[in-house]
Design a protein around this ligand. Structure first.
Ligand code: AHG
Ligand code: MN
Ligand code: MN
Length: 337
């Protein structure tokens, strides 16, 4: 926290901006080369662009669908495509990035080989896109891995099929009532807010080293699928809302980032279980669950597919889905029994 004397001599603490923060973190970790800081700085540029597109969509005719269906079998809205392009354009100019994979791309995308390119990224460029046209919070999710292929050549699929435990950084941008960046590199969770008056991400004091409440106050699940759930899931949700000591309330936005963020700050559990129609749930392991699982664990919470810690699952395909329970530790452990 910097401090500054105002004109009347009072001492005002100024929240630090993301460049200062990244510089400070780099000094604190002498092994750091500056590559991750450079990627995070670029990601924050991407998010500023997307945030602007989100904020002005209503007046620029940017709502609506492209009429295409993506590799997930889901309808692609205009902003899905634009957001994906922003990530791609900005990252392709970063010398430390060897390539990326995205929810919106059929397969991974290699960048031109460069001996400095030791990282690859996964991202969901726009999460919660079905909420976009109605001005409900949406987000972007990202994850950074060290590549496992030889840095002299091009990336290959093994770079993008690493267990979440191997992540070196993950985070998300939330385009809500304010735009936020929440990220971790394994040294705690930081939450920045975009200050629109200066166009910079700043770190309010309360959002350094975020720890989540150990117990949930709310549960987040699409309860319309209840008739398709397993008896175990039905019993668990019933227990959450009727337990004597502290019954949970229900909150479900339908944008994973928004639901996750509320639970992170207030205590809660988000569930997207398997059911009769979705044998592996809906959410994508590599671009949605692993990044959030890394954050939740750094904040003292847990993420599981019901049997395995999400971070320990070895992915076998790029767009693999997984059931998930993620959030406050006590409730996730209660489900596990
Ligand atoms: P995306 O917009 O990236 O395709 O993700 C949508 C996801 C996630 O954000 C949300 O939690 C979930 O879909 C909601 O699914 P249901 O409508 O089945 O509840
Ligand atoms: Mn998503
Ligand atoms: Mn998406």
């Amino acid at each position: 926290m910097r401090s500054e004397l105002s004109h009347n001599g009072e001492n005002h603490a100024l929240p630090i901006n993301i460049s200062d923060h990244l510089r400070r973190e780099q000094l604190r970790h002498p092994e750091a080369t500056g590559a991750l800081s450079s990627i995070l700085a670029d990601l924050s540029r991407v998010a500023k662009e997307i945030s602007y597109l989100v904020n002005t969509a209503g007046i620029n005719g940017a709502y609506g669908s492209t009429g295409k269906i993506n590799v997930q079998g889901e309808s692609v809205i205009k902003l899905d495509e634009q957001a994906n392009r922003q990530f791609k354009d900005i990252l392709s100019n970063n010398p430390y990035v060897a390539g990326f994979a995205s929810e919106e791309e059929m397969t991974f995308v290699p960048f031109a080989p460069d001996s400095r390119s030791k990282y690859v990224l996964w991202f969901d460029p726009l999460d919660g896109s079905s909420n976009f046209d109605t001005n409900v919070s949406i987000g972007s999710i990202f994850s950074i891995y060290q590549r496992v292929s030889d840095a002299r050549g091009s990336v290959n699929e093994s770079d993008f099929l690493q267990a979440g435990r191997a992540q070196v950084c993950s985070g998300y941008f939330l385009y809500g009532t304010s735009t936020m960046l929440v990220y971790t590199t394994g040294h705690g969770v930081y939450g920045f807010t975009l200050d629109p008056s200066v166009g910079e991400f700043v770190l309010p004091q309360d959002y350094a080293k975020i720890m989540m409440p150990e117990s949930a106050r709310t549960y987040s699940v699409n309860e319309a699928y209840r008739p398709l759930w397993s008896p175990r899931m039905v019993a668990f949700i019933d227990w959450l809302k009727t337990r004597n000591d502290d019954p949970c309330g229900a909150r479900y936005v339908g944008s994973l980032v928004a639901d996750f963020h509320r639970n992170l700050l207030k205590g809660g559990i988000f569930l997207y279980p398997q059911d009769e129609k979705h044998p592996s749930g809906k959410l994508r392991l590599n671009c949605e669950l692993n990044p959030l699982a890394y954050i939740v664990e750094q904040a003292g919470g847990l993420a599981t597919d019901g049997e395995n810690n999400i971070l320990d699952i070895q992915p076998s395909s790029l767009h693999q889905r997984s059931p998930v329970l993620i959030g406050s530790k006590n409730e996730v452990l209660s489900y596990m029994g």
